[in-house]
Design a protein around this ligand. Structure first.
Ligand code: GDP
Ligand code: MG
Length: 597
């Protein structure tokens, strides 16, 4: 296909504004898929994506379209994930295309993820086509939403296309606009091969499938290719395009998007953003690389039933095959037994992985409280990354601690603004910006990530009755007065319950934890102190009083079988107990105390 007849684009939208439905209509309207193969949300393939209505892995499809001018065009759509946790995937796929459809639900308006995603598109120099969706609904307000796009995003929305992705109204106009307004890709067919490694995924039958965008040159089956960043060399054994089913083609030329397979063993061997060239005739310069994705939230995953540890290992290894941004290492906790310390891009990423393990591998999990990565600056000048509060070094060697901060953007109807500002203030937030568009406010806050990983999102939803939208990006690290709070049960430290907190909030957190544990630990024959401490200093304390009577006392020694039965029952119950010194703590207490609810 000549370059002038190719258009590459992605769709940016807030969750639920209709991105997947619109993609379906574009595919359907152009007969890319036979009617009988059409099912809803064609591009969202994972079960969990369908259920939660989010797109996790970027997908791509090639559409043939005959425009009004009578010419045949090839349109390549890369579907990008809509959520901030996956923003590294958004930014990489954005750089493989020249334009974006900006989809806004005309009954809702611009939301936080709309902004986050549209800024990525603008960063990638995209031409934007605003699309106002859901015009079939009575609440649709085209003028208000177009005005909002101009005010909040600052782009011209006079040519915005009103559509209903549900009924198909306006879809033809969108296709024509893509051809008319988006620039054709540039590239030189005769230059040395230069292709971008956009994405890769593990397929059980084909091995690693690599999504590529050709910049210059031509790639064919059998070519010996060289990856500039990793230095690896492979033979291309399959080359094709997604329609959206994988379809083999003879070659891919400049401006084209497709896939290759090349006997690559694991997804980790493919560096997203790498430049692919021919081994014999290499291109001179590499494409600008992508920022590597770094895990920012860590937590422990333990099997509820310790016999399932090997199955958990198997599940985690399989998931990691397809997700280079998910990291893990074995962890042994006195309270929870053997498990894994896992790193995630954010909370949603954590939730998605945890759900997939529970659902696809049928393993019940204990998830420890999520913790962010702290930078511990030692007195000897070195810096340690702390992934697990239990590993906090002795304070006498520590000079200071830095924590990650985020820039949070919150859009909320006016009447809830007061509650939102208070919530941000309570979480050590610093206001960076506050603006209004119509009856909605946009608050931008500098917040510590550690205050957000607990329950910020849930609190935000509840104080705004679900009307606020929220998005964030990591800004960097800043020094603050952070301490490790340990929990002691009967004077024994319980590692799985220790956490990093800000000094000013430690008492509050400590008191809450002790109160919770007091209800969760059963009474023993003796008094049990439950304490929260910083270093050697106790900051909160509860006492679990002793049991009054022996459980067997009421048997009067007479009924031996009843006594036996009772003791047996106690024994069975003990299996699910963990011993801490003289105290037995039921597994369930850890689950409840650490639960992120
Ligand atoms: P995404 O999260 O942006 O991919 O959004 P989806 O495509 O999954 O759509 C979210 C919800 O809105 C689904 O229930 C769709 O059926 C619905 N939806 C999408 N487009 C329209 C539309 O034009 N009109 C109506 N009434 N509903 C729509
Ligand atoms: Mg979707």
């Amino acid at each position: 296909t000549p370059l002038s007849h190719i258009r590459n684009f992605s769709i940016v939208a807030h969750i639920d504004h209709g991105k997947s439905t619109l993609a379906d209509r574009l595919i359907q309207m152009t007969d890319t898929v036979a009617e009988r193969d059409m099912k809803e949300q064609l591009l969202d393939s994972m079960d969990i994506e369908r259920e939660r209505g989010i797109t996790i892995k970027a997908n791509t499809v090639r559409i043939d379209f005959t425009a009004e001018d009578g010419q045949q065009y090839v349109l390549n759509l890369i579907d990008t994930p809509g959520h901030v946790d996956f923003s590294y995937e958004v930014s990489r796929s954005m750089r493989a295309v020249e334009g974006s459809l900006l989809v806004v639900d005309s009954t809702q308006g611009v939301e936080a993820q709309t902004l986050a995603n549209v800024y990525q598109a603008i960063d990638a120099n995209h031409e934007l086509i605003p699309v106002l969706n859901k015009i079939d609904l009575p609440a649709s307000d085209l003028d208000r939403v177009a005005e909002q796009i101009e005010e909040v995003i600052g782009i011209d929305a006079s040519g915005a296309i009103p559509v209903s992705a549900k009924t198909g109204q306006g879809i033809r106009e969108v296709l024509e606009a893509i051809v008319a307004h988006l620039p054709a890709p540039k590239g030189d067919r005769d230059a040395p091969l230069k292709a971008m490694l956009v994405d890769s995924k593990y397929d059980p039958y084909l091995g690693v499938v690599v999504l590529v965008r050709i910049m210059d040159g031509v790639m064919k089956k059998g070519d010996r290719i060289h990856m500039l960043q990793t230095g690896a060399t492979y033979n291309v054994d399959r080359i094709g395009v997604f329609r959206p089913a994988m379809t083999v083609v003879d070659e891919l030329g400049p401006g084209e998007i497709g896939f290759i397979t090349a006997s690559i063993k694991q997804v980790r061997d493919t560096k997203v953003g790498d430049t692919i060239t021919h081994d014999r005739r290499r291109c001179e310069t590499a494409l600008p690389g992508f920022k590597p994705s770094v895990p920012v939230v860590f937590c422990g995953l333990f099997p509820v039933d310790s016999a399932e540890f090997e199955s958990l290992r198997d599940a985690i290894e399989k998931l990691a095959l397809n997700d280079a941004s998910f990291s893990y290492e074995m962890e042994n906790s006195a309270a929870l037994g053997f498990g894994f310390r896992c790193g995630f891009l954010g909370l949603l990423h954590l939730e998605v992985i945890r759900d997939r393990i529970e659902r696809e591998y049928d393993i019940e999990l204990i998830t420890t409280a999520p913790s962010v990565v702290y930078h511990i600056f030692m007195k000897d000048g070195s810096m340690k990354e702390l992934h697990n509060p239990a590993d906090m070094p002795d304070l006498t060697y520590v000079d200071h601690i830095e924590e990650p901060r985020i820039k949070a953007t919150i859009l909320v109807p006016d009447e809830y603004l007061g509650d939102v500002l208070k919530l941000c203030q309570d979480r050590r937030g610093i206001q960076m910006d506050l603006t209004y568009a119509g009856s909605r406010a946009m608050a931008v806050y500098d917040l510590p990530l550690n205050e957000v990983v607990f329950d910020f999102y849930d609190r935000l939803k509840s104080v705004t009755k679900g009307y606020a939208s929220f998005d964030y990006e990591i800004m960097g690290y800043r020094r603050d007065f952070l301490v490790k709070m340990s929990v002691l049960v009967n004077d024994e430290p319980v590692d799985a319950l220790s956490m990093m907190v800000h000094r000013d909030r430690a008492e509050m957190r400590g008191r809450a934890m002790c109160e919770k544990l007091k209800d969760l630990i059963p009474r023993h024959m003796f008094k049990i102190p439950i304490q929260a401490a910083i270093g050697g200093k106790v900051i909160a304390r509860e006492t679990l009083s002793a049991m009054r009577k022996d459980v067997t006392a009421k048997c009067y020694g007479g009924d031996v079988t009843r006594k036996k039965k009772l003791l047996e029952k106690q024994k069975a119950g003990k299996k699910k107990m963990r011993q801490f010194g003289k105290v037995e703590i039921p597994q369930q207490a850890f689950i409840s105390a650490l639960k992120m609810d």
